[in-house]
Design a protein around this ligand. Structure first.
Ligand code: GDP
Ligand code: MN
Length: 389
């Protein structure tokens, strides 16, 4: 789960991180009021669950109240499209108004879970402000990596070593130890999966300050972190994924036109590969899970059909815990209830497959049966209504 920059800054501040003074605003008047309290210049920043805001016009240094008001008015209620969002962008419903900082140097600091070492890894660089993906590509040598031993925790010499590598002065290295400890403790104590300070700046006064902050959390640990769970902003999330989760379905929207209803994440991935191999594009990933009742199958159809690009649906079930006859009943029910007109390809295998096929065949509905995964994928690709040539 992602949170907003202002929330990440509040979280990190509680662990000792130096962050600029600021306040949150939901309306232009409120932004102007916050700016007046802080004194000029202020920086006004769109709060969305994506980076790349600076380059997309979502961050501005403002010198007057009028400028703050006009900028706030231009952002609030609109979608901001950045390099990290899709073409629709993310809605801006709140702004962070902060005291402007004079920047002497921009550094990069990130903490991630490194799967290879199974530890928290620190990634740092003298080249702040740039996106880390670009930096890793263009100047891989500019990245400094360090792994934290969970039994020892972050050790003072590690902070010093990194501070030296970042070219900091003796005084700044002391501050850097505080910054790094705040990141590490917040990461460890709150079940985070990522903390990123980009940029961490040296101000013209010589002090370190976190100008930007990003945090992600392990969704599976939210049950024991109610204070973190409370930071969720559903307005920034895909509403289809939310609705699907309510029915016990894992759904991820994609760009293609072949809607997928599949049981098991592995089979879903394999099916998406087979669709691409057959020359098509999946519209979504969807795992209906084990023991899917007819009701859940209907919910899966509803979820897939919220995507207007879907022109054919492929149901692929390998029933172990599931039962093919249950799924088949669900497919027939969904077809009737939702007044479907688009082609539906059904491939069933496993428990009660014969009963399942009987239900499909006896339904009298134009459902297309397929025996193998390859056949199902090819049939779905071929069943798409002819696209305008
Ligand atoms: P992102 O583009 O979404 O990562 O947003 P950031 O919070 O990183 O802001 C983008 C850029 O705006 C930063 O890299 C800075 O160069 C600039 N910026 C942000 N805050 C300030 C500030 O207080 N003073 C100045 N001079 N620049 C700022
Ligand atoms: Mn940034």
């Amino acid at each position: 789960m992602d949170i907003h920059e202002h929330q990440a800054k509040d979280v990190l501040r509680a662990f000792g991180m130096p962050v600029p003074q600021g306040g949150i605003a939901f309306a232009p008047e409120q932004a102007m009021h916050e700016a007046r309290k802080l004194g000029f210049p202020v920086v006004v920043k769109a709060q969305i669950h994506a980076g790349g805001r600076g380059a997309a016009g979502g961050v501005r240094l403002c010198q007057s109240e009028a400028e703050v008001g006009a900028f706030a008015l231009s952002l609030l209620g609109r979608n901001l499209v950045t390099k990290q969002t899709d073409a629709q962008g993310k809605p801006v419903h709140r702004l962070l108004v902060e005291q402007g900082t004079e920047i002497a140097k921009e550094l990069y600091l990130g903490l991630v879970l490194d799967r290879k070492s199974e530890r928290i890894m620190i990634v740092a660089s003298r080249e702040g402000g740039m996106e880390i993906e670009d930096l890793a590509e263009d100047q891989p040598d500019a990245l400094i990596r360090m792994v934290i031993d969970p039994a020892m925790g972050l050790l003072p010499f590690q902070s010093r070593e990194l501070g030296f590598a970042l070219g900091l002065s003796a005084h700044q290295i002391g501050q850097f130890a505080i910054v790094l400890r705040a990141c590490y403790r917040a990461f460890r104590d709150l079940d985070a999966t990522m903390v990123e300070i980009n940029p961490l700046v040296v101000s013209s006064a010589g002090g370190l300050i976190a100008l930007d902050a990003k945090m992600s959390f392990d969704t599976n640990a939210l049950f024991r972190r109610p204070n973190v769970a409370a930071l969720r902003d559903p307005g920034q999330e895909d509403p289809r994924e939310d609705a699907a989760a309510e029915h016990g379905l894992s759904y991820v929207g994609l760009d293609g036109d072949i809607g997928c209803i599949i049981n098991g994440a592995g089979l879903a991935m394999a099916t998406m590969d087979m669709i691409q191999l057959a020359g098509g594009q999946p519209a979504n990933f969807l795992d209906i899970g084990g023991g899917a009742s007819p009701e859940r199958v209907v919910a899966a159809f509803r979820t897939v059909l919220t995507d207007p690009n879907v022109s054919v649906i492929l149901v692929n079930i390998f029933a172990g815990i599931n039962r093919c006859d249950w799924v088949a009943s669900g497919v027939v029910q969904a077809y009737r209830e939702l007044n479907l007109t688009l082609p539906v390809v059904v491939r069933l295998a496993g428990t009660n497959v014969d009963e399942g096929r009987c239900i499909i065949d006896a339904s009298g509905l134009p459902l297309i049966s397929a025996d193998t995964l390859a056949e199902a994928a090819a049939t779905a690709v071929a069943a798409r209504p002819a696209l305008a040539a």
